[in-house]
Every structure is written in structure tokens, then in C-alpha cells.
Design a binder for this molecule. Structure first.
Ligand code: NAG
Ligand code: NAG
Ligand code: NAG
Ligand code: NAG
Ligand code: NAG
Ligand code: NAG
Length: 154
């Protein structure tokens, strides 16, 4: 009996740790692709890719060799006067990059305004965020339930 309880706790902790350690973000870099963004697991590689995207419209993206902590973001630029969307970037980024206060250098960017959101939970960088974080909890729940069922039959 106790062995099973302990085993379950260890497994639950293990699963929770997996989810805590690998952040997953939505990812896209054009207005078109952001209508149906893909997902990515945060790593030095994916965060580097985001840095490269940011560098296409900003002049001061710092070079980061690698980091242990990542966040998700949605940085979207509009023409201030008529709200027409000009650029949309979603993805994982190196935590130490100040994504929301970088300097724009794209053509005509003086007329741009932005919305910028950073967050730290799986699938949090798409609007509306609420529905997606709920579904990831549901997923964790079913994985745990499945494990418990498996254990009971040991
Ligand atoms: C990420 O980019 C940095 C700086 O350009 C580079 O030194 C590093 O090797 C890259 N890491 C990966 C995993 O691509
Ligand atoms: C990043 O890597 C470059 C060369 O790969 C090295 O010269 C530099 O010192 C490194 N920077 C940090 C902060 O580790
Ligand atoms: C990412 O880069 C950091 C800092 O350079 C390094 O400590 C870490 O091991 C790298 N992660 C991976 C998975 O290579
Ligand atoms: C918004 O304004 C820009 C610059 O004045 C113009 O080029 C663009 O066509 C406008 N977009 C819409 C949807 O009105
Ligand atoms: C913005 O600046 C970066 C770095 O200086 C450069 O690589 C990029 O081509 C520039 N983009 C535009 C649109 O001027
Ligand atoms: C990113 O943010 C903008 C501005 O809030 C929003 O219009 C857009 O739908 C967001 N992108 C995604 C893929 O959720």
C-alpha cells in the first residue's frame, strides 16, 4: 500500500517537474503565420531563433550565448494612426533580453506603436491566453490519472 502511494507521489512529482522545466510557447514571425502559430519548447536554440527575428526590426538586440531561464512573448507592432498591423513575433526568448523595450529600426517604424506581452506558463503567449492554460492543466491531469490507473494494476 505505502509503496504504491510513495511511487505515485514520485511519479506525480516527476511529471510536474517535466512540465515546470520545459516551457512551451507559441511561435510565429509574420502576421500570416501568427494566425495559426506553431509551438516550440524553449531552449538555447529556439530562443536564439527569436533573437534573430527580433534583430530584423530592432537595432539593439543583445547577443546572448545561452540561458537557463526562458519566457514566452507576443510583440506586435501597429501603425499608430490606423491600427494596421505591421509585425507580429511570438516565441521563446532568453529571459535577459528586454524584448518590450528594444529600439526599432525598421523602415517607417517611427509611426509604429506596439503591444508587448511576456509570460512564463505553457502556451501563455496567445490571445486569449486563458483557454490555453486551462487545456494544458487538463493534459497534466489526464497524464497523472493515467499513471494512477497503471499503478493500481501493479
Ligand atoms: C545561440 O547564439 C549564441 C550567440 O550568437 C551562440 O554563441 C550560441 O552558440 C547559440 N546557441 C545555440 C544552441 O544555437
Ligand atoms: C559568448 O561567447 C563568445 C564566443 O563564443 C565569448 O567570447 C563571450 O565571452 C561569451 N560571453 C559570455 C557572456 O559568456
Ligand atoms: C544554454 O546556455 C547556457 C549558458 O551558456 C548553458 O549553461 C546551458 O547548459 C545551455 N543549455 C543547453 C541545453 O545546452
Ligand atoms: C494605415 O496607414 C498607412 C500609412 O499611412 C497606410 O500605408 C496603410 O495603407 C493604412 N492601412 C489601412 C488598413 O488603412
Ligand atoms: C536593423 O538593424 C539591424 C542591426 O543593426 C540590422 O541587421 C537590420 O537589417 C536592420 N533592419 C532594418 C529594417 O533596417
Ligand atoms: C498578439 O498580440 C496582438 C496584440 O494584442 C493580438 O492582436 C494577436 O492576436 C496576438 N497574437 C496571437 C497569435 O495571439
Amino acid at each position: 500500500m505505502w509503496t504504491k502511494v510513495i511511487l505515485s507521489l514520485v511519479l506525480v512529482a516527476f511529471v510536474a517537474l517535466q512540465f515546470a522545466n520545459s516551457l512551451t510557447c507559441y511561435s510565429c514571425n509574420t502576421i500570416q503565420s501568427c494566425q495559426n502559430p506553431s509551438t516550440q519548447t524553449c531552449s538555447n536554440t529556439t530562443a536564439n531563433a527569436t533573437s534573430a527575428w527580433l534583430s530584423t526590426i530592432h537595432s539593439d538586440v543583445p547577443q546572448i550565448n545561452g540561458s537557463l531561464n526562458f519566457k514566452c512573448m507576443n510583440l506586435t507592432h501597429f501603425i499608430y494612426a490606423n491600427n494596421s498591423k505591421q509585425s507580429e513575433i511570438l516565441g521563446c526568448f532568453h529571459e535577459s533580453i528586454p524584448v518590450c523595450s528594444l529600439t526599432l529600426n525598421a523602415t517607417n517604424s517611427a509611426t509604429w506603436a506596439k503591444t508587448c506581452k511576456t509570460c512564463t506558463t505553457d502556451y501563455c503567449n496567445r490571445s486569449p491566453a486563458g483557454t490555453f492554460s486551462k487545456s494544458s492543466y487538463t493534459m497534466i491531469g489526464s497524464v497523472v490519472a493515467l499513471l494512477l490507473v497503471k499503478l493500481r494494476s501493479l
